[in-house]
Ligand binder design. Structure first.
Ligand code: EPZ
Length: 417
């Protein structure tokens, strides 16, 4: 079992390139099923979640090969329309394959994704939308069995919550419907826009991605294209948190500033100086951070739930009290107990977490319990006195590409053993 060893207290400096977005790569890999030929994806991060998605594509009969951060996917010879239980359980966001398999094969079979470390992960919004689009779904024995007896029906779908996954599944299903589908109260995350850009490059006719109303005109055929994945805004926020807590000055290359609209003000409120030019964001942290006071997670363009854990780690040493309100997931505070083991002073009351900033954190043995929690423990460990040992590295590898190597290049004393 791999673990990370950190000797804290080192300042960071230098420049790093931000990896491609995990949450853009996964739905775009699923989308290649709609084009019955080859697509080339650039800037794809090397992650275990991406590997799991490639395993699903290969199981379905598609070809996929990687050379560094370029993925070539050829879905010409797709033969199956089912995803077996073991592949589904590896990654609950595999539900994103449901719509594309139905759109291509007229049917699909997969096990219910089940919950994950963040609590129950319901898919009711996905299923009710697909049913509205004429898909018959039978849920029995933990399996989903779907069939579209008369093709995909264009529909007006009003989402009760701007679910990222549901918005993506509806878009992917509607691309080849016979008519126009409209999604209202759609998710507006940049990953939705990146998916729509990929699909439009393949010949789809999608407008309004990134806004609340998305219009998808069905088309007969899509053909593969080349596409470069957008940078990962959550990895950027994590690196900013690592620099801020260690009173460092670093530059992030390959950042889209507008994707960080709710994130940069938090760092400025903490006393960090940010400057941006030619796609590069430089953060210059003060000796001691001020508390940003209140952070509430919201759907985009609000503060992203995925950045809550690493940013919370940063506030552990800020002067003053920071109040976090986690509005998106039911249990996304698993990192709090582990941060307190490092000397933080955090109390959780339901969806609220109160962080009372301390002067020092001290290294200890801690365990990651989910992806962003792993990132939070690294951020805190970098600024803890002495050695910090982090177990559960497999969670980190789901979403961070060679993260310890990236931090080493900035001067951190961190190694994976
Ligand atoms: C995506 O998950 C991301 N994953 C998550 O990132 C991210 O935290 C989340 O969006 C919110 O931004 C990928 O893109 C692969 P949702 P998703 O549907 O699509 C409830 C990470 O760390 N809901 O917007 O599953 C749900 O329970 C991961 O990279 C329903 O109730 O998120 C949650 O409380 C973690 N019914 C809320 O909506 C549904 O049918 C947001 O979920 C669907 C969702």
């Amino acid at each position: 079992m791999a673990k990370l060893l950190i000797s804290g207290g080192k300042r960071l400096n230098g420049e790093v390139k931000v990896q491609g977005s995990k949450n853009s790569t996964l739905p775009i890999l699923a989308a290649t099923i709609l084009c019955e030929d080859e697509s080339v994806l650039f800037n794809c991060p090397k992650l275990t979640d991406v590997d799991a998605t490639i395993r699903i594509l290969r199981y379905l009969g598609c070809k996929a090969s990687r050379s560094d951060s370029t993925l070539v996917v050829d879905t010409t010879d797709m033969t199956r329309s089912d995803i077996p239980h073991d592949l589904m359980r590896e990654m609950r966001s595999s539900i994103i394959f449901l719509g594309v398999i139905i759109a291509r094969c007229g049917k699909a079979k997969m096990s219910l994704p089940g919950g994950c470390e963040l609590g129950p992960r319901p898919i009711d919004l996905h299923l009710s939308a697909l049913r509205q689009m004429g898909i018959e779904i039978n849920e029995e024995h933990g399996e989903l069995e779907c069939v579209a007896p008369s093709g995909i029906k264009p529909s007006k779908i009003a989402l009760s919550f701007p679910s990222v996954g549901a918005t993506e599944n509806i878009m992917l299903t509607a691309v080849k419907a016979n008519g126009t589908t409209i999604i209202t109260n759609a998710a507006k995350e940049p990953e939705i826009t990146d998916l729509a850009d990929f699909l439009n490059s393949c010949g789809a006719r999608i407008s309004g991605a990134g806004e609340s109303t998305i219009i998808i005109e069905g088309v007969q055929k899509l053909s593969g294209c080349s596409h470069s994945i957008i940078p990962d805004r959550i990895v950027a926020a994590t690196l900013m948190s690592a620099a801020a807590i260690t009173s460092s000055k670093i530059t992030l290359d390959g950042v889209i500033l507008s994707h960080l609209g709710a994130i940069t003000p938090v760092f400025e409120n903490c006393g960090c100086e940010l400057s941006f030019k030619e796609g590069k964001l430089t953060l210059d942290a003060p000796y001691r951070l001020r508390s940003p006071k209140l952070i509430r997670t919201m759907p985009y363009p609000g503060f992203p739930t995925d950045a809550q854990a690493p940013v919370m780690a940063m506030t552990c040493k800020a002067s003053g009290l920071t109040v976090f309100v986690e509005n998106i997931f039911e249990s996304r505070y698993k990192h709090v107990d582990e941060l307190n083991r490092l000397g933080a002073n955090i109390k959780v009351e339901g969806k609220i977490a109160l962080v009372d900033g301390v002067r020092h954190l001290s290294g200890a043995k801690v365990r990651a319990l989910d992806l962003r929690g792993a990132a939070a423990l690294i951020v805190a460990g970098l600024s803890s006195q002495g050695h910090t040992e982090i177990l559960g590295v497999r969670y980190l590898e789901r979403g961070y590409d060679d993260f310890e190597v990236v931090l080493q290049s900035l001067g951190a004393d961190i190694k994976k053993i």
